[in-house]
Design a protein around this ligand. Structure first.
Ligand code: SF4
Ligand code: SF4
Ligand code: FES
Length: 221
């Protein structure tokens, strides 16, 4: 109880910061994230929020500090004096369609990639995707690796990707770098043996499921 009170006192003592969220002027406490600031101020229609841990990539925001416009994740960005924040709508449905289960032969991956992502070879090296990425991924390099047929390396480049798709929004060639990265991670996993500890755990789960099914069928008799 005293910890809660001291936290409240601490918050009460902290200076407020004034900012705008979705065009509304609001106040927040220093140390609040932009999601917390939005909720604290009762900003309506802030719905694109999930994990609050920088993992789900849902809370995409456009940020303006004076003349400087950037993007980011609202749960990972603190409220600042004077910052203008606009929550972006959820990403639209992907334009690139394929069934990874249809990929039977690794030899034709490159032909398939070029068919699915013909724009990838037209990267204009504007660095827009790198600047947009809140996870610090070298997105442009990942796209270049994929376009060169180095799918495993490209998949590793996108290892920290949370699929916020801010790089897709930033790309003037409509390359959809986030989906290029996802493709690379998928084909790498599809054509390689799973890690031994994962195989072992899946087998344990399969056996547990079989035991439960046996017990349930015995109980029904
Ligand atoms: S690579 Fe693209 S989708 Fe992935 S975290 Fe960075 S900006 Fe988001
Ligand atoms: S934003 Fe698009 S065109 Fe620009 S570097 Fe990234 S992938 Fe290439
Ligand atoms: S709410 Fe999941 S990344 Fe911000």
């Amino acid at each position: 109880m005293s910890a809660i009170l001291s936290k409240e006192n601490e918050n009460a003592q902290q200076p407020d910061v004034a900012l705008t969220i979705n065009g509304l002027a609001v106040n927040a406490h220093t140390g609040m994230t932009l999601v917390e600031a939005a909720w604290h101020a009762g900003v309506p229609r802030v719905t694109s929020v999930g994990c609050m841990e920088g993992v789900c990539g849902s809370c995409r925001v456009m940020l303006r500090r004076g003349k400087d416009v950037t993007v980011g994740l609202a749960c990972q960005t603190f409220a600042e004096e004077g910052i203008e924040v606009v929550f972006m709508p959820p990403a639209s449905a992907p334009r690139h369609h394929y069934e990874i289960g249809d990929f039977k032969d690794a030899w034709d991956i490159h032909a398939r990639f070029q068919d699915i992502f013909p724009e990838a070879s037209r990267c204009r090296h504007c660095h827009g995707c790198d600047s947009a990425c809140p996870k610090g991924i070298t997105v442009e390099n990942g796209v270049a690796l994929a376009a060169a047929g180095r799918y495993r390396d490209a998949g590793e480049a996108f290892f920290e990707c949370v699929m916020c798709e801010l790089c897709d929004v930033a790309c003037p060639e409509l390359i959809a770098p986030a989906h290029v990265g996802l493709f690379c991670r998928r084909v790498t996993a599809h054509f390689h043996l799973r890690p031994p500890n994962l195989i072992y755990r899946l087998e344990e789960l399969r056996q547990e499921r079989q035991s439960v099914a046996l017990i349930e069928s015995d109980e029904e008799k």
